[in-house]
Write a protein that binds this ligand. Structure first.
Ligand SMILES: C[S@@+](CC[C@H](N)C(=O)[O-])C[C@H]1O[C@@H](n2cnc3c(N)ncnc32)[C@H](O)[C@@H]1O
Ligand SMILES: [Zn+2]
Length: 418
């Protein structure tokens, strides 16, 4: 498929990208997506892996964060555009831990891109838990604007072990932000059945919701306007829905979000799609979808799931390619681009961080052209000759790893007096 075609509504194809979502998001046009749901790893410092024998066997994903996960180029951009936020993240490094600081830096780069690709009427749901929800909310406040915070949804469930030593954790948090006050919300499509769950019944009893104006005279319909506390069971061990993919979310949860915040034909994006629950739910509700996951295993599971659950996977493209934006002008690398970058980078190489004269720095594509990186300003950086040769057409992670190893060797030499 021609990648730029995915940008046009007419030739849109539901697409699963197997790549880092930062790269894929950077390749999507601005103001293009109607709804984003993301369920990123929670910084829980462990590797998840799927049990052998399940549909997802072999899938592992990283839930451990170190400074290496952070693309330093984006940190520079961040300091320029969000100076307070950069300070906030650095403070979290002291208040909480370096790992949390790295996690937030990793997340903020992606949140900025997600905000950019959302339509004016769009909204974003970030699924997290109390480990980092308070920090993530600050990030969202500063990128979306605090006035665009809509809801903190409590997803409550009964699953998991219990202890007598403390309150047992039985909920996740879903933070909802809108791009503007003009966001889509179809409350009538997500009315609550008063009998549907124990939690709903209790809440109605406590709050006396039966007497609110809206509910007056509707008693016989047994429906109420939706609230921000949802009781939805986790996927049962015997359920057909279960793929075995670690942290798989129930379809019912995604149906609720998609029905409330999008219309038929809208584009739903999940940048951490795992076993593609969001994509399947979107397909079932006649929305278009884009899923992104760094794990190649996702593609396989999605093909199985769509043929099982939705049976419509002829509309679906799986690719490793990064899409190319068609809404910004390409600028060929030039002397004026170089001067602008030199100022932005404070005269330093973006790899080794050392000071250089402008004539000793070279323009490099952050996402290599060979990997779909475009000729636009946001994709340029300056590297010294040595860093540029090491990096070649590889991603920045490769260069950073090399520099780290080189520094370690130098330190060892100093330490051992060689
Ligand atoms: C908590 S799981 C999502 C589960 C999903 N909601 C479901 O129902 O299956 C997080 C996912 O994020 C993916 N992931 C982590 N870092 C990523 C990145 N940089 N780009 C794309 N996907 C990433 C992991 O591979 C994992 O599948
Ligand atoms: Zn360098």
């Amino acid at each position: 498929m021609n990648e730029t075609e995915t940008m046009s509504k007419h030739s849109f194809q539901n697409t699963l990208y197997s790549n880092d979502n930062l790269y894929v998001l950077s390749g999507l046009n601005s103001g293009w997506v109607d709804l984003i749901y993301l369920d990123p790893p929670f910084n829980s410092k462990r590797m998840y892996s799927a049990p052998i024998g399940t549909k997802a066997a072999g899938a592992t994903f990283k839930d451990m964060w170190t400074w290496q996960d952070v693309n330093e180029h984006y940190l520079n951009t961040l300091a320029e555009n969000y100076p307070e936020l950069t300070q906030f993240i650095a403070s979290v490094g002291r208040i909480h831990s370096k790992a949390m600081m790295s996690y937030l830096t990793y997340m903020i780069q992606r949140i900025i891109e997600m905000h950019r690709v959302l339509k004016k009427t769009g909204s974003l749901y970030l699924h997290c838990d109390p480990t980092a929800s308070h920090y993530l909310k600050v990030l969202l406040d500063s990128v979306f604007g605090k006035k665009n915070f809509v809801s903190e949804i409590i997803w409550s469930y009964a699953w998991g072990v219990r202890t007598a030593k403390r309150w047992n954790k039985k909920h996740d948090i879903i933070l909802m932000y809108a791009k503007s006050a003009d966001f889509t919300f179809n409350s009538n499509d997500v009315l609550e059945d008063r009998q549907s769950s124990e939690a709903t019944q209790k809440r109605l009893k406590y709050k006396g919701a039966m007497t609110t104006d809206w509910n007056k005279g509707r008693g016989t319909e047994k429906l109420a306007l939706p609230t921000d506390v949802w009781y939805i069971p986790t996927i049962n061990a015997m359920s057909n829905e279960r793929t075995g993919y670690p942290t798989q979310k129930p379809l019912e949860l995604l149906h609720r979000i998609i029905k409330a915040s999008s219309k038929e034909g809208d584009i739903v994006l999940d940048p951490f799609c795992g076993c593609a629950t969001t994509c399947v739910a979107a397909q079932q509700l006649d929305r278009k979808w884009i899923g992104i996951d760094i794990e190649k295993q996702s593609v396989k599971i999605l093909i199985d799931r769509l043929s099982d659950d939705a049976g419509l996977f002829k509309d679906f493209t799986a690719t490793y390619q990064i899409p190319k934006r068609t809404d910004i002008k390409e600028i060929a690398p030039s002397e004026s681009v170089k001067q602008r970058l030199y100022k932005q980078q404070d005269g330093k190489c973006n790899g080794c961080g050392q000071d250089f004269e402008i004539r000793n720095l070279e323009i490099d594509h952050i996402i290599p052209k060979a990997k779909g990186g475009g000729d636009y300003y946001e994709n340029y950086q300056l590297l010294c000759g040595s860093c540029n040769r090491i990096k070649g057409v590889r991603p920045m992670e490769y260069l950073r790893k090399k520099i780290e190893v080189r520094e370690k060797m130098l330190n060892d030499k100093i330490f051992f007096g060689e």
